[in-house]
Design a protein around this ligand. Structure first.
Ligand SMILES: [Zn+2]
Ligand SMILES: [Zn+2]
Length: 251
């Protein structure tokens, strides 16, 4: 399973990256994990849009789902005719929420995508075994543990401190963890993690490697890395566009 970082900017797109988007490719199955603002463009550097088998949305904040609107245009108005519907997994109300954002069109979100409501538990998506749990964010948000071929990827989505995230990431080869905040006084509760807290979660979960993501453009990234390195002794780096992680077929 190869993971490609398509977008890593937190909360809104930055000058160097779209908002959240990750591509998971097993060689014969492609899952897009989150599709935030600007990510649809960058995604095409790594896959044909018509080759995506499934899309999974952690939550319905715009920086994780808004480029589904553009994707529906690709699906519904392709010059070769409407494309086969792509499976989309998301929180309760995903279809309705995206349909409102799309507005009135002759072909809608349900023509482009086949929606399945995520619940807590374990499901098979193609060859991927996906375990979900609720993490700590103001709207319903799922964190993920994705297993394939003996490899384990964990993804925090957006979360404040979360025991569920530690459970999902337990022993994972790789944790993609949000690190929206820098250390400081007066940070809001139950919203996001500092880079140091991301590292503490990684250490508690005993993950093999930590990649800090959802980096907000107004923060200094070197400071994020420094603050995280104080709390996690294993391999640690910042997300970057096009970074490929874990193994699998070279793209
Ligand atoms: Zn976010
Ligand atoms: Zn969010």
């Amino acid at each position: 399973m190869q993971v490609t970082i398509v977008g890593w900017s937190g909360s809104f797109p930055g000058p160097q990256s779209p908002a959240s988007c990750y591509l998971i490719d097993t060689g014969d199955f492609r899952l897009v994990l989150d599709l935030g603002n600007g990510a649809l463009g960058a995604l095409q550097q790594y896959t044909e849009l018509g080759d995506v088998d499934a899309i999974c949305l952690s939550h319905l904040h715009a920086d994780h789902c808004m480029d589904m609107i553009g994707y529906s245009v690709y699906q519904n108005y392709h010059p070769e005719g409407p494309r086969p519907r792509i499976s989309v997994y998301g929180p309760e109300g995903t279809n309705q929420r995206l349909a409102r954002a799309l507005g009135s069109e002759s072909r809608g979100m349900a023509d482009a995508f086949e929606f399945t409501t995520l619940t807590v538990g374990t499901i098979e998506i193609g060859p991927l075994r996906m375990t979900t749990g609720h993490v700590n964010h103001p709207v319903e948000t799922f964190g993920f543990r994705i297993e394939h071929g003996g490899q384990v990827l964990a993804y925090s989505a957006d979360t404040g401190p979360s025991a569920e995230l530690v459970r999902l990431a337990s022993g994972a080869d790789l944790l993609l963890c949000e690190a929206s905040f820098l250390d400081g006084p007066g940070l809001p509760a139950d919203l996001h993690l500092t880079a140091r807290q991301a590292a503490e979660h990684a250490a508690r979960a005993g993950v093999g490697e930590l990649v800090l993501t959802h980096l907000v453009p107004w923060n200094d990234q070197a400071t994020s890395l420094e603050q995280a390195s104080a709390a996690f002794a294993g391999p640690l780096r910042l997300a970057s566009s096009g970074l490929r992680l874990l193994g699998g077929r070279p793209a």
